[in-house]
Ligand binder design. Structure first.
Ligand SMILES: [Zn+2]
Length: 383
């Protein structure tokens, strides 16, 4: 079994949340992403312990490498917990992903430790110091396999991970976008022939869904317009910090009337760190919110709940998705044309009986791919 390749989803298989996938390359035990999910207000993590009833591991100590695709909570939220449980693992992600993740993992209680307060902060800090940052197109070698990283689009720092193991190539996409997003370029597809594509295919069962073009751009314009026309301050409640970073960029871009834009200090710190990596966000206009909101109408952007400030504002909740839609996914599979596609991170069909991406591509004579819609905790031997 030393040359065999196995795959098992520990979370985020045919559902969204707690994305985490085990990949066995010969003797190497690899984890792809370690996210959290949310159900009825409660945070949950992947089922890491199902690995211990598999034939592969006796202890999470045997996990060697962890690759994090991007900084959304459903891909990184459980990382500190996993690192704590797998002390011999090395963790790889890009520098922007490390910056965006760090703030979220400290300030949001997403990591599910029993330790609280300062003890939790110190533990998280010591774990995050173990992270190795990687660059696109700078491969790493681990003896019997090599790994390369490619831009995935979606959000800053998002990466696809390409494993070369003997003659086989396996590409894990994470969330991807074929088009550019406010802060990220489109994904860059490897030129090499791919045997297995492990695809985060959120919309693979939604043939009628089309990503609304310009949706967040319109939202940014609407927020600015509300302040300008009605002279009332607007509080933008962001669902996640990384989305806040994208939204500031857009607000600055459309702010022709020079409306003051305030952020809280946490968001500002992250934005400044990102700027140091050469990702422009603030355009010199980041104002920090103090204890009291200013008198002049303005926009305030935060990812925290601040009940004492809410009465001052008209509130708008901002959430958006920059995932590849069904057409993009089918285009991506056609372009890569892998021998096998494993679909994960896939939301159930909203209308029963619709054709799947598998049925559509089966009719395409040039498409050679076989599909696996991976189920949680099932073990699959890959080609
Ligand atoms: Zn994502």
């Amino acid at each position: 079994m030393t040359e065999h390749v196995y795959f098992m989803a520990l979370g985020g298989a045919q559902e969204i949340g707690a994305s985490c996938y085990y990949l066995r390359l010969g003797q190497h035990n690899i984890i792809l992403d370690a996210g959290t999910g949310q159900k009825e207000g409660a945070v949950y993590r992947p089922d890491f312990y199902s690995l211990l009833t598999s034939p592969f591991l006796q202890s999470l100590n045997q996990i060697q490498q962890i690759y994090i695709s991007h900084a959304h909570a459903d891909h990184v939220g459980a990382l500190p917990f996993l690192m704590h449980s797998a002390p011999h693992s090395d963790v790889y992600m890009t520098a922007p992903t490390a910056i965006l993740s760090e703030y979220q993992l400290y300030d949001r209680n997403r990591y599910l430790f029993s330790q609280k307060g300062e003890a939790q902060r110190l533990l998280t800090q010591s774990l995050l110091e173990r992270i190795t940052t990687v660059s696109f197109l700078h491969p790493f070698s681990f003896g019997s396999y090599q790994v390369d990283f490619y831009p995935a689009g979606h959000i800053p720092g998002a990466m696809m991970t390409l494993f070369t193991f003997g003659k086989r190539r396996i590409l894990y996409t994470g969330d991807i976008s074929l088009e550019e997003t406010p802060l990220a370029q489109a994904c860059l597809i490897p030129k090499d022939e791919i045997d297995t594509l492990i695809l985060c295919g959120l919309h693979a069962r939604h043939p009628h869904y089309q990503r609304p073009a310009g949706m967040i751009e319109q939202k940014a314009q609407k927020v600015l317009d509300m302040v300008h026309r009605y002279h009332r301050s607007v509080l933008c409640q962001m669902s996640q910090l990384s989305k806040g970073i994208e939204f500031i960029k857009l607000l600055n871009q459309y702010n022709h009337n020079h409306i003051p834009i305030y952020v809280d200090s946490g968001i500002l710190q992250v934005a400044e760190k990102m700027e140091r990596l050469g990702i422009p966000i603030l355009s010199g206009s980041g104002l920090v919110m103090g204890a009291q909101p200013p008198g002049t109408p303005h926009v305030f952007l935060t990812d925290r709940q601040i009940p004492e400030l809410e009465g001052f504002y008209r509130q708008v909740r901002i959430d958006f998705t920059l995932h590849a839609d069904y057409r993009d996914l089918s285009e991506l599979i056609r372009r890569i044309n892998p021998r096998q596609t494993v679909i994960v991170h896939c939301a159930p069909s909203d209308i029963p009986g619709l054709p799947t991406i598998e049925q559509e591509l089966m009719l395409d004579g040039d498409c050679r791919t076989q599909f696996i819609f991976a189920e949680s905790k099932e073990i699959y031997q890959l080609i």
